[in-house]
Design a protein around this ligand. Structure first.
Ligand SMILES: C[S@@+](CC[C@H](N)C(=O)[O-])C[C@H]1O[C@@H](n2cnc3c(N)ncnc32)[C@H](O)[C@@H]1O
Length: 422
């Protein structure tokens, strides 16, 4: 059904939201203030024509924009875009009953994304590699993605060649590529156990593509050059597929805010959900750090880096499942400051223990405003208040947003919390 829609705002997935008698409809790639002609089906609207464009509309820079599901918002001018992204955090907090102010957005795109996951699908034995279309299982074939940092320019072609080598299986694959100091570091997911001839084909390709490392679901296929990643001035060698912040600039910006939150007086700090040590290795310049993550190989990589780096205070790197076994209040109270950076789901059990603790400074890092707001509400109920909440944009043009926040017990915090009713 063709409808004329007036777009009221951008939703939390970056789609234009319009109101019809039947309820809200979501129009991908439409901007606030625009009048569009759209084909409406249920709550989805496909824009057919833009009748009145927004004054904030700009030209997209990517040939795949509008088809590829990777970028939801590429045609909105920078100030309005920054306002929308910051608003994602404000809305999530408000929905959780918290009216805390949110700092201006920090742009941390830097040189671009340093890791990317391609999807591979097969059609009559030919591998197609790219990203998924928005809200669809269809693949959009990709040769270039302008959001990737220059070291990943060869990654789509490399992923395609590797997928083609596994074409006989015809199974959909995910191919994760990271820009490492030794070259491309690639982990193939979804292939299952490899046959000998497939391993041989992959080994040949690793040579011809000059890969640093190739792994199959975390298992080494070949290591040609050490795939290092710099954390500050310390080189770490993460295991295949380990978590890394999306951009080097994003990691540095988050780490700067973490250091600000921890403060320069803390001498004993916990870094929970530490990964390979993006914060622990920096914080250890001033404090003893207990770093915990459930990824055993990541913890081992952090431990190795900590042992070889010079001038650091001791880092105790420990493997522990913090969902099943969060640090209890007694364990938490041993620290001057606690940093926690959970996966998207948040860290409800750990936040509950923190809320009951006497830790002076709690620094929350999050990649999901909703779970952040839920964990923040738990801390708030325990008597903590936010001293700052800063949004960081390392997934430019997508609805993904990072947040760093400092919490202190309300009596110690600056009186910045306003009541919703005011
Ligand atoms: C968002 S990443 C943060 C990593 C690190 N702070 C960084 O900035 O690179 C979340 C981390 O949580 C870890 N993780 C996931 N589930 C976990 C669990 N149940 N217990 C402990 N760590 C977990 C992952 O291995 C990952 O390293």
């Amino acid at each position: 059904m063709l409808q004329r829609l007036t777009i009221e705002r951008l939703g939390h997935k970056g789609e234009g939201v319009a109101r019809m008698e039947e309820g809200l409809v979501f129009a991908a790639f439409a901007l606030p203030g625009e009048t569009v002609l759209a084909e409406v089906e249920g709550e989805r609207a496909r824009v057919v024509d833009i009748l009145e464009p927004s004054p904030d509309r700009i030209e997209p820079f990517c040939p795949h924009y509008g088809v590829c599901g990777g970028c939801a918002v590429q045609t909105l001018a920078a100030p309005a875009y920054a306002q929308w992204k910051r608003g994602l955090a404000e809305t999530a907090l408000r929905n959780a009953g918290l009216d805390w102010p949110v700092e201006p957005l920090i742009d941390a795109h830097g040189a671009g994304r340093r890791r990317v996951t391609f999807h591979a699908r097969y059609e009559r034995g030919v591998a197609h590699v790219g990203f998924m279309r928005a809200r669809s299982h269809d693949l959009v074939e990709i040769d270039v993605c302008p959001l990737l940092e220059p070291r990943l320019v060869g990654a789509p072609a490399a992923a395609r060649a590797l997928a083609q080598a596994l074409a006989l299986r015809g199974k959909p694959l995910d191919i994760a590529a990271t820009a490492a100091t030794g070259g491309l570091d690639i982990d193939i997911r979804g292939a299952g156990a490899l046959e000998e001839r497939e391993t041989l084909a992959l080994l040949e390709l690793a040579e011809s593509l000059d890969l640093a490392r190739l792994a199959n679901h975390g298992r080494l296929v070949t290591l040609r050059l050490p795939p290092g990643v710099m954390i500050g001035n310390i080189q770490v060698f993460p295991p295949p597929g380990a978590f890394l912040q999306a951009t080097a600039e994003g990691e540095a910006a988050i780490a700067r805010l973490v250091a600000k939150g921890v403060g320069d007086k803390a001498k004993n700090v916990a870094d929970l959900f530490c990964g390979v040590g993006a914060f622990a290795l920096r914080l250890a310049a001033q404090a003893r750090v207990t770093a915990i993550d459930s990824d055993v190989a990541a913890v081992e990589a952090l431990d190795r880096a900590a042992r070889t780096a010079r001038g650091l205070r001791p880092i105790s790197a420990q493997a522990r499942d913090l969902f099943r076994r969060p640090l209890d209040v007694q364990e938490l109270n041993a620290f001057d400051a606690v940093v926690f950076d959970p996966p998207r789901a948040g860290a409800m059990a750990q936040a509950q223990a923190l809320a009951a603790s006497t830790v002076r400074r709690i620094v929350a890092v999050s990649c999901d405003p909703q779970s952040f707001a839920r964990d923040a509400a738990i801390l708030s109920k325990g008597g903590y208040a936010a001293k700052f909440i800063t949004p960081i944009d390392q997934f430019r043009h997508s609805p993904h947003l990072e947040l760093v926040a400092l919490f202190e017990r309300a009596a110690e915090a600056a009186p910045r919390r306003r009541l919703l009713s005011r």
